[in-house]
Each structure stands twice: as structure tokens, then as C-alpha cells.
Ligand binder design. Sequence first.
Ligand SMILES: Cc1ncc(C[n+]2csc(CCOP(=O)(O)OP(=O)(O)O)c2C)c(N)n1
Ligand SMILES: [Mg+2]
Length: 325
Amino acid sequence: MTDISRKTLIHLYKLMLRIRRFEEKIVDVYCDQDMKTPVHLYLGQEAVAAGVCANLRREDYVFSTHRSHGHYIAKGGDMKALMAELYGRRTGCSRGKGGSMHVVDPEVGVCGSTAIVGGNIPLSVGAALASAMQKKRRVAVSFFGDGAVDEGAFHESLNFAALKKLPVVFVCENNFYATHSHQSKRQPHDHIYKLAKYYLMPGVRVNGNDVAKVFKAAQEAVKKARTGRGPTLMECRTFRWKGHVGPDCDIKLGCRKQEELNKWVKKCPVRCFERELLKGGTLKKAQLDRITRGIDGEVHDAYLFGKKSPHPGVNELLEDVWKLD
Ligand SMILES: Cc1ncc(C[n+]2csc(CCOP(=O)(O)OP(=O)(O)O)c2C)c(N)n1
Ligand SMILES: [Mg+2]
């Protein structure tokens, strides 16, 4: 932590807190039944999106998944447009037609999210190939879960990116579950990061609940990519606090064990980092409280904006979509 500037430490904290408070707002309002989109919440995994995206420039590319909110917010996506999208409103980032799993903000390099598990990984490789061919020095990042490692697209993407030394960082968020199946029921090993070695690229395992560690590992990977030294695979080990989809937890359904969740909640990425910031004198309690109030205001404004925006009209149904004539 000591070699990260105070400004960056505060930036990392704010990114995580923005995600946390945004997701908590969704939990609060979801049962009102006005938000119709399924939501795959990012609570518990905030340090990964924040630690990686804090290394990216506005013009760099991020490709996300069904669990998209954290990546969108950390890359600088407009929070109001995200909330409006979740409410299916015309002012949403996908004009209310995409929902939580299809968010996009090209102005800040959020190139989109897709619900096809593993589907965003080759897209990030394509963007990296374009960047290399056009000599733009832009870096592409794909975030994906441990479940996506079971897909052929993951392996094909690593192979091609390594072969062409493309400027891409593959960020696997290993939260140990794909819907309800544990990693041990799907993979014969527990070392996703080591798969990188078969494609002759660096593979690193990171504590995905420690934002400073994620930041440092991503810094190295992004630097490598930007300077033409090829891709990196990061395995960030973390945990989602809610069920696979929706605002509730899945413990009572028997999907996961309470003790397992408790263990990870103790390692809350936001609270642990807060403690470090206070202990190291980076911020005082009053400053933390002020930051939280500011972010709560932002989230509330986004909520009001989403709620008050109009739905797209029936006449707009076939706009912005491909249709067969
Ligand atoms: C190709 C494909 N297969 C199956 C699904 C159904 N599905 C949606 S999310 C998911 C689990 C994904 O798990 P993981 O990649 O670990 O991400 P996490 O939900 O843990 O963030 C599955 C199997 C899908 N959307 N796409
Ligand atoms: Mg998973």
C-alpha cells in the first residue's frame, strides 16, 4: 500500500464505495417490482473492478458479463444512465432495451456486456487486435467468472492473444461458483491462473478482496500490454454475497453454506480497505463519512433520474435493433 499514492488510494476507495452503494440501492428497491431486469449483483467483488479499472485510461476498452454493474461504474460509466437502464427507461445507457446484462458506455470505453458466458473474452481480443493494428496503444480488458474458464472461447482467446502478443488483460473473477455449482464440481484443478503458462503468458493469482493488491497486479499487466509485451491472465479470488441472480441470498436454498459466506464477509473489501486507510492516516473518519454522503447523494440522484425517466414508446421498439425485412 505504501507505494500507492494517497490520491490513488482515495480514488480506489471511492470506486469501490460507488459500486457498493449502487448495488445496495438495488437491493432496497428491487422488491418494488418497477425494475424488471434480472440483476446479478456485484456485492463482495468490488475490489476487482476498482483495482483493475483504476489503471485504465478513458480510451481503454472494457468488456463485461452478466454481472456488469461494477465494471461499468469502475470504468467511469454514467451512473444515472445505468440506473435508468435497469428501470428499462429511454434515458438508459442502452435506451432501456438492454437491461442489466447489456450495458454500454462507449464514451468511457465500456464496450458492452454480454450474458453469453465467455462471450466477451474473444471480443476483448478483437479490440486488442484492432488497437495493435492501428498502433493506438489502447489496452483491452475482459472480466469474466470462473464459469467462463470452462468455455472454449476462453482458451481460444488466450491462445490467439499470446500468439499475436496483443494488449489485453484477462481478469478472471473466481468467486468459486457458476450459478449453483462449485468450482470443484466443474474443474479438475484449483489453479486457473496456471493455465496461462500453457499459452506462454504470465498468470497471476491475486487476493481479489484486497484492492491494493489487485491494483498492483493490474498495473503490471496493463503496463505490459501497453508496451507491446502481450497479455496477462489474472485470477482474482473473491466471493459474491448475494445469490447468482436477484437481491436475495441463496443460502436458504441450500446453494452455499452460511459459514462460507460469513468467512468472506469478514474479509469485506470495502471495510478492510477503510480500516487500512484510517490506520495509515490516509483519511480520517469524518472524511470517510463525507465521501459516503457524497456517493449516497449520487446514487439517490441516479435513482430519481431512473424512476422519473419515460419508458421507450412502442413506436421505438424496432429502433436500435437489427430486424429482418
Ligand atoms: C454459454 C452460456 N452457458 C450457460 C449460461 C447460463 N449461465 C448464466 S451465468 C452462468 C454462470 C456463470 O458463472 P461465472 O462465469 O463463474 O460468473 P459469476 O456468475 O460467478 O459471476 C451460467 C452457467 C450462459 N448464459 N451462457
Ligand atoms: Mg463464478
